[in-house]
Design a protein around this ligand. Structure first.
Ligand SMILES: Cc1ncc(COP(=O)(O)O)c(C=O)c1O
Length: 400
């Protein structure tokens, strides 16, 4: 009998982290690898946020806190939901965790029983299905299409719902496609959910502030107030405020669910880092002025990457609404052979040879549940993006 648990055997390690590690390994060996696989902004945490953390340390705010967040942060989160989303939550409806990841995980751990199904539009953020499996539930991926710009349709959602469905996980703008749902597109989904009162909604709004070309972000409980009582609205400071290492995420929803999540957190990690919580108070209450110039920069990079990738024969790259990812299809390259003789028979093979033969690290689509594609993270400099896309162009042109 294995020493390791049966649950663990159902879960795979994060492929995005694996790809980033492989690129780092090649770099350490002296290769000039350009990494387009990391899911974090390339700029530093804004100074006012860092200052707030330093001040918290100086003031001795370095002890255990309430398990799911200090009152000051919960207040700042409630104010954020009112300001940005028109959603009213009381502090008792808010849970703060160690990254957005922990709040999502707590919610699944708190609610899933064996046999419970969780609908996850594909391609999806790699952690959703594995977190569902760890919590004992059954992930139900539903494949979207490039033709529909990677967005789930009302018909697809309707067809996926069964009496066993517990949650529908919704992520807009999306990792890995950048696809953002308009109000009308989301309303079509919430109309379906209104017909199925047993289904709860987990909305992962992590990329809310990263949206371009005037895209108006919206979230399910805002679009359909009738879902408020069965929606967990999740967000965090990691991406918009360049705070991935600080590990603060949060969620708001019905008091009973929040209390259950608190119980799990209090018996696992206790509270998120006290200093990071004070930094997050400043992130949410302080100036938001840097968001607009950052978005200008991301939009420029998105357009650069989409343009250069679409010049490649056999590759199709839609222009997404937000986040910092694009998810091109390589359907037109499948079956071709590299100069070294490797046949590109899958997106995993494509990403592997692209790294080995062209020194560019991307993540293959199968990791996100929709093939044949790959994910490019454009959260890196214009110069690195231009060079990386030139290498991808050259590599694809060399395929026979
Ligand atoms: C869609 C999505 N949700 C949640 C997270 C988790 O964020 P955090 O670093 O705050 O745990 C990520 C991070 O990559 C993400 O892409």
């Amino acid at each position: 009998m294995s020493f390791l648990s049966a649950t663990l055997s159902r879960v795979k390690p994060s492929p995005t982290i694996a790809m980033t590690a492989k690129a780092a390994e090649l770099r350490a060996a002296g290769r000039d690898v350009i990494g387009l696989s990391a899911g974090e902004p390339d700029f530093d945490t804004p100074q006012n946020i860092k200052d707030a953390a330093v001040a918290a340390i100086a003031a001795g705010k370095t002890k255990y806190t309430a398990p799911d967040g200090i009152p000051e942060l919960k207040q700042a989160i409630c104010a954020k939901f009112t300001r940005d989303n028109g959603l009213d939550y009381a502090p008792a409806q808010v849970s703060v965790g160690t990254g957005g990841k922990q709040t999502l995980y707590n919610a699944l751990m708190a609610t899933l029983n064996p046999g419970d199904e969780v609908i996850i539009p594909a391609p999806y953020w790699v952690s959703y299905p594995d977190m569902v499996l760890l919590a004992g539930g059954t992930p139900v991926p539903v494949e979207t299409s490039l033709e529909n710009r990677f967005k789930l349709t009302a018909e697809q959602l309707e067809a996926a719902i069964t009496p066993k469905t517990k949650w529908f996980i919704f992520n807009s703008p999306s990792n890995p496609t950048g696809a953002g749902y308009s109000w009308d597109e989301l309303k079509a989904l919430t109309d379906v959910l209104m017909r199925h009162p047993h289904v709860w909604v987990m909305s992962d709004d992590m990329y809310e502030h990263l949206a371009y070309d005037g895209f108006q972000f919206c979230t399910p409980a805002q679009v359909e107030p009738g879902l408020y009582e069965r929606t967990l609205t999740c967000n965090g400071v990691s991406k918009a405020y360049a705070m991935t290492g600080w590990r603060i995420g949060y969620a708001a929803g019905p008091v009973e669910l929040i209390a259950a999540m608190r119980k799990i957190q209090s018996q696992s990690t206790s509270n998120p880092c006290s200093i990071s919580q004070w930094a997050a108070v400043e992130a949410l209450n302080g100036t938001q002025e840097f968001l607009a110039p950052n978005n200008e920069m991301f939009k420029r990079r998105r357009d650069l990457v989409v343009d250069m990738l679409n010049q490649i024969d056999g590759l199709t790259c839609p222009t997404p609404e937000g986040a910092f990812y694009v998810y091109p299809s390589i359907a037109g390259l499948i079956g071709k052979t590299t100069p070294a003789g490797t046949v590109i028979d899958s997106d995993e093979a494509f990403a592997t040879v692209l790294l080995e033969e062209a020194d560019v690290a991307v993540v293959f689509g199968a990791a996100f549940g929709l093939s044949p594609n790959f994910r490019v993270s454009y959260a890196t400099s214009d110069a690195a993006l231009t060079e990386a896309c030139t290498r991808i162009q050259r590599f694809c042109a060399s395929l026979k």
